[in-house]
Design a protein around this ligand. Structure first.
Ligand code: FES
Ligand code: MG
Length: 572
């Protein structure tokens, strides 16, 4: 217990004091002389996605003890998607700061990061990357699926489908109330390939979590065993001094981006990976990422892009089987937390039995990557679309913009029977970007106007500077950059302008002549059109002043690495 002594001017006295205090908890000198593994506990009564945190902490401790170390758990803040007003993304960077500073403050030789809900794994990896000590991720695992009237259901792709049916008048109040109790089968993270599952799988692919650790459901014996193994391994990480920067390298980030595409993973994954990479000095090159997308088919057949759930992915062989399928497209020399390379780990995990969840490259779920990057006069800084979850007939589309200035404007008018809108129009929502909302809420999943939903319209082209949940589907263009609130072109689009989306050409344009666009920019004296007044104080003010655009991960400028080391994926 020598690292990071508080500076009382006398290191001997500092250590003496530290030991005196911790001995108040009953520790012996023998215990305190061992390798100290910190365990980040993100359990909270408001976080059912981490509802098994206490059991996992116990299992990790067992592993640490078995390996001869001393486990000590400590809390950080806990973020659940539905209990993080105004949006969990607003709090992700705060959690990363909490994680980083606590890791630095405490006398730890290694740290086990336990978390799972969407923003948690990114926040923990961002914080740990900046803290720079040996670290290993342990996800809480997915929830079990539920059942409703003989159908298997899960959060939260099915939540959206049922809500859509309710809005369209296909099911009534009683049924929607009944289904509400059936969607979530247990504690754990969302059961589809949403952001939590995406980040779990991507963490394993990056080598920062143990092989096979991403997919065991939260309440299973497999999950507890993985936790024990994780604790055991953390002691080894400390002994070897295997710090996180040696795992999260360019090789690892390239593997992560590749796997994000093959998963048909959440669009949020790209924002989070940009933020994690930024902590280590790497930018994500969206155009090279798009090139990867063209050669990486979606292989994982999970909702929302496919049809299965996380527990099925686990039974089918989990991430190792997917990685073996992608072997020749991965950097197999990347070092993992096991101390061995990804290739060495995969050699031991070759499985071959029939199943339909992890497809082969010659029989993919979707022929190219799940996410495409768009450029054009509407998105000079880029925009993305989850093409694998879009409607084929809308991939090339030209339509009249129907513009909503912000979320409040949308809420006011979207269900108005007098709204001038047809199914061929393009719904445009401004001011839900990183600064605009603020926090870039998942409001990009713009609902189909009620009168069109009632007429059976299921999808329309929708465009915003916000995000959407990884569990959602539709022809939805997101992360338009620069956002409206910082004066991006999106700000100047008006109802009636023609918008053209071409996913094959990777274009997103508004058909306004350049001189007209300039005229609108010059005529605009409003400064910001953000939905809220610029905050006066506190974290809100820090957020708005420091948050970066989506392509830089929405991290705070002062948290990114000071030294730029390059871009990933590297040009090939
Ligand atoms: Fe926590 Fe979906 S709400 S993972
Ligand atoms: Mg989500």
């Amino acid at each position: 217990m020598a690292k990071g002594l508080p500076n009382y001017g006398d290191p001997g006295f500092s250590l003496f004091l530290r030991k005196a205090f911790i001995k108040g908890a009953g520790y012996t000198d023998d215990a305190l002389d061992r390798t100290v593994v910190g365990i980040v506990d993100t359990g909270s009564g408001f976080n059912p996605c981490h509802g098994n945190a206490a059991q996992l902490v116990e299992a990790v401790k067992r592993g640490v003890l078995l390996a001869g170390g001393l486990p000590v758990e400590f809390p950080t803040i806990s973020l659940h998607e539905s209990f993080s007003n105004p949006t969990s993304m607003y709090l992700r960077n705060l959690m990363s700061m909490d994680t980083e500073e606590m890791i630095k403050a405490l006398p730890l030789d290694a740290v086990v990061l336990i978390g799972g809900c969407d923003k948690t794994v990114p926040a923990q990896l961002m914080g740990a990357a900046s803290a720079g000590i040996p670290a290993i991720q342990l996800v809480t695992g997915s929830m079990l699926t539920g059942g409703y009237r003989g159908r298997r259901v899960g959060a939260c792709t099915d939540c959206r489908a049922y809500w859509g049916s309710y809005r369209g008048g296909e099911i009534d109040d009683a049924e929607i109330t009944e289904v509400n109790s059936r969607l979530v089968g247990s504690v754990g993270t969302c059961s589809v390939m949403g952001t939590a599952s995406t980040m779990a799988c991507v963490s394993e692919a990056m080598g920062i979590a143990l092989p096979g650790s991403a997919t065991p459901p939260a309440v299973t014996a497999d999950r507890a065993r993985v936790a024990e193994e994780t604790g055991r391994r953390a002691v080894g990480l400390a002994a070897e001094g295997l710090t996180i920067d040696r795992i999260l390298t360019e090789d690892a980030f390239e593997n992560a981006l590749r796997v994000l595409l093959a998963l048909g993973g959440s669009t949020n994954g790209i924002v989070h990976l940009a933020a994690i990479a930024g902590r280590l000095g790497f930018d994500i090159d969206l155009d090279t990422f798009d090139a990867l997308s063209r050669e990486t088919p979606v292989l994982v057949n999970l909702k929302p892009a496919g049809s299965h759930y996380m527990e099925d992915l686990h039974r089918a062989g989990g991430v190792p089987r997917l990685l073996n399928e992608l072997r020749d497209q991965l950097n197999l020399d990347a070092l993992t937390v096991t101390g061995r390379t990804l290739g060495e780990e995969l050699d031991e995990r070759r499985e071959d039995f029939p199943q339909d969840v992890i497809r082969t490259r010659d029989n993919p779920v979707y022929a190219s990557g799940g996410i495409a990057v768009l450029r054009g006069n509407l998105a000079p800084g880029g925009a993305i679309v989850k093409q694998a979850a879009a409607s084929p007939e809308l991939l090339e589309h030209r339509g009249r913009a129907v513009v909503f200035e912000n979320s409040a404007d949308l809420a006011r008018r979207i269900d108005d029977d007098d709204l001038d809108v047809t199914a061929d129009d393009v719904l445009v929502l401004k001011n839900i970007g990183p600064v605009g909302a603020p926090g870039m809420p998942e409001a990009g999943y713009i609902p189909i106007p009620k009168k069109l939903a009632r007429a059976g319209v299921k999808d329309m082209v929708r465009i915003s500077d916000g995000r959407m949940s990884g569990t959602a589907a539709g022809t939805i263009v997101l992360h338009v950059s620069p956002e409206a609130a910082v004066g991006g072109p999106l700000k100047h689009v008006r109802t009636g302008d023609m918008v053209r989306l071409s996913i094959s050409e990777r274009r997103l344009d508004v058909e306004i002549p350049p001189e007209e666009l300039r005229r609108r920019e010059q005529a605009d004296t409003s400064g910001t059109t953000a939905a809220v007044e610029p905050p006066e104080r506190g974290y809100a003010r820090l957020f708005v002043e420091q948050v970066t655009q989506a392509e830089h991960g929405c991290d705070f400028r002062f948290l990114r690495a000071r030294e730029q080391r390059g871009s990933v994926p590297r040009a090939r």
